[in-house]
Design a binder for this molecule. Sequence first.
Ligand SMILES: [Zn+2]
Length: 586
Amino acid sequence: MATVHMIAGLFFFTLAFIATSFGKPAADRDDESYDVDHSGQLWQTRARRAHAQSRTVPTDQERTPDYWTNMARASIDEALRLQTLNTNVAKNVVLFLGDGMGVSTVTTARILKGQKAGNPGEETVLAMDSLPYTAMSKTYNIDAQVPDSAGTATAFLCGVKAEAGVIGVDGRTRYGNCSSSKGHEAESIIVHAERAGKSTGIVTTARVTHATPAAAYAHSAARGWEADSDLTAEARENNCTDIAYQLVEEAPDIEVILGGGSRMFKPRSWADPETGGSGDRNDGVDLVQRWQDRKTGRSRYVWNGTDFRDVDPESTDYLLGLFERSHMKYTADRTDDPAEEPTIADMTRKAIEILRKNDNGFFLLVEGGRIDHGHHASKAVKALEDTVAFDDAVQVAKDMLDTSDSLVVVTADHSHTLTFAGYPDRGHPIFGQNVYTSSTPDNTWDELPYTTLLYGNGPGYALVETTNGNDTQVTRQNITDVDTADKEYEQQSAAPLRSETHGGEDVIIMADGPMAHLFHGVQEQHYIAHVMMYAACLGEYTEHCDKPIGTPKPVGDAGPAARGSYYTVALTTVLSGLLMMAATRL
Ligand SMILES: [Zn+2]
């Protein structure tokens, strides 16, 4: 045990050391050094950069082999500790869903978070990075190689893959066809959690009727049927109802609903107190009023930050907050106005404070819904600032919950076409440019700079025509004098599209808490719903709770089992050594 604590201590000491030694901002670098003349060969540009940044990074510690060895030893110790599996029942489950948060988004948001703190960035550990169990998630829809957010949400919330664009219905439903959805509804983990006596909540920065949250409570052949005015004639004929209506009138009794999208709940005659805009409902129904009428007693509706902060979780059992007519603001567009809408971290905190009063536990879905929108607009600043804010919300949950009884899962529904490339220096500003002067052309054909972050397709496709005498040339836009760190800057792309598209590669699942170790390997996306339900003994998964499990084990102390694992490792090493010796003699 002493060894465990000593190594753990060394690990934290090392972390503290990293934190203090990275105090100097990388921006202090001497930019003149970029002009040193070299050919375009990679090894030479790397040598040039090493010279350019020798005063900041790498640090002296990073040049010391012991620094890396000690870090690795601490990581091995942590991995050994994780051999003691947490097989407790998950009383609480929180699913964090970064919409469009592909792996390149996670990596670059990590660097951004570090650089915002004045560090080089690459060495930063996100709150989500610290979740010890990971798996890859295959995100395709049954009819789409590259998926959308509705079919994927149906997978990770309801446990079945479906067509692109459908909400909470199985693969027998055809997109946009109401009659084909009848009898093919898929129940989400929220339904099962409510049935088991748990409280449930939804937090999103998008409209609460948008694809991801909708799949938690609604059944719809089309994600776009958010208000009754969106329904097609076929949908109305076959008695399909809109998603906002379902949330108030047909869905389970969800305790906390926080996000945007008030116009889906309000009649045409309504005037938004914030913007003066109208509602989207043709049926004249005020669904917010209906929600309030249904929830007698300890319920509250809020639409601004001041009222939200005023909500006392102890005396509130039901909370509906709709902070915008449509989606909530991008983090990058927020102001310091004290009446501003809450952050995703604020909403997560309030939701947990309300939900955790239930002795049976809770399920909470937290969606960083606008990461996706920032990417679609090819505005990497907006996408990544929202990812950092999303990670702050993960930190809130980590701080408030105990891994002995709470399963925390972080994942994405799909990726985007964001690439993170070039050969930028360590600590290079993440929104910066790979700059080469004409004397150092490096390996760009057109001798023009390019940003480290680029999109495969999207609105940032920027070609310019230049005429020199009779000679007309089409080149990429020269961004030398463009502020590529501006929140409105659109990173360049290869194919011109009004809206950048999703990416089809696998996304990561990160988890901690009871049964988090079931997240391993490469899995189909619907597996996520099943593991969460298994861990919490929901739906068909009661076997985990049928076993006598006794009182929940405390988690976090290596204990005798971890010591046992040292002996196992030693024994395995000796045995393989003997086997190898035997094999060589044969
Ligand atoms: Zn999208």
